[in-house]
Design a protein around this ligand. Structure first.
Ligand code: SF4
Length: 234
C-alpha cells in the first residue's frame, strides 16, 4: 500500500470513535475541489508517498487500548493492490476499520465487505448522474457508482453516503442526489470550504458559486424524511 501520510489521532474521521487515519496515495478521479492534490496528482504523489511498512504496525500496536479503529482514506484506497492484506493485518490487531471510497471499484467493495474486513464504509457521491464526469474531473462509469451504492446498502453493517457541496453544485443537484439515494440508511451534506493556505486539484473551481450553510439546511429539510441518519456537516 502506498501512503501519503498518517494522522495518528482523529476524533472526526470515524463516527464516535478515536481513530488513526491512513491516507493512501493515488486516485482515479480528479475532483477539482479536492483538498488533497498531493494524494491525487501523479507529479505530487511521487514526492510525498512511501510504502506502508512494519513501522506503521509497530506504532499501531503501541496504541492498542487507546485507538478504537483505523480509517483508510485517500486518495482512493480501493485502488491499492494489497488493500485486503493490509485490512486483514489491521483487523488481526483488533481494530475497527472504516473505509472511505469514491465508489468507483465495486468489485473491491464487494470483496472487503464479504470478507468482513470493514466495519464502516463511507462513500462519496459526487454529483447527479448527468454531471458526474464534470464533478469528478474524469469520465466516470456511473454504473459502477450505482453498483457500489447498492452493495453498500445491502451488505455493509454500518455506512454513510455523503456529498460535498462543491463549487458549481446547486440545491437542485443535491435534491437530485438525495432522490437517487432514496432507501439509504445515512446521507450527509458536507459544506465546501476552500482551504486558506492549501491548493485544490483545480483552483479554477473556486470561481463558481458555492452553496451556503443555509442553502444546505434548506436542502436537508426537504430530504430528511428519506434518511434515518444524516444532516449537514459544516
Ligand atoms: S476528492 Fe476526488 S480526487 Fe480527491 S481523493 Fe476523493 S475521489 Fe480522489
Amino acid at each position: 500500500m502506498i501512503i501519503g501520510g498518517v494522522q495518528w489521532t482523529t476524533l472526526l474521521d470515524y463516527p464516535e470513535r478515536i481513530a488513526a487515519t491512513l491516507f493512501t496515495a493515488g486516485c482515479n478521479f480528479r475532483c477539482p475541489f479536492c483538498h488533497n492534490p498531493e494524494l491525487v496528482l501523479p507529479e505530487l504523489v511521487s514526492n510525498a508517498s512511501k510504502r506502508l511498512d512494519d513501522a506503521f504496525f509497530a506504532q499501531l500496536e503501541d496504541r492498542m487500548g487507546f485507538l478504537d479503529g483505523v480509517v483508510i482514506s485517500g486518495g482512493e484506497p480501493a485502488l491499492q493492490a494489497d488493500l485486503v492484506v493490509i485490512l486483514e493485518r489491521i483487523k488481526r490487531l483488533g481494530f475497527l476499520i472504516k473505509l472511505d471510497t469514491n465508489g468507483s471499484q465495486p468489485d473491491v467493495i464487494l470483496d472487503v465487505l464479504e470478507r468482513g474486513l470493514v466495519d464502516f464504509i463511507a462513500m462519496d457521491v459526487k454529483a447527479p448522474v448527468n454531471s458526474y464526469d464534470h464533478l469528478a474531473g474524469v469520465a466516470v462509469d456511473v454504473s459502477a457508482i450505482k453498483r457500489s451504492m447498492s452493495l453498500i446498502m445491502r451488505l455493509a453493517d454500518d455506512y454513510e453516503f455523503r456529498t460535498t457541496a462543491a463549487p458549481g453544485l446547486s440545491m437542485a443537484d443535491l435534491l437530485e442526489i438525495g432522490t437517487w439515494l432514496d432507501g439509504a440508511g445515512a446521507y450527509w451534506l458536507q459544506e465546501f470550504q476552500a482551504p486558506a493556505c492549501k491548493a485544490l486539484v483545480d483552483m479554477r473551481c473556486t470561481e463558481q458559486p458555492v452553496l451556503t450553510t443555509n442553502d444546505l439546511e434548506a436542502v436537508w429539510l426537504k430530504l430528511r424524511d428519506r434518511f434515518p441518519i444524516g444532516g449537514v456537516r459544516c
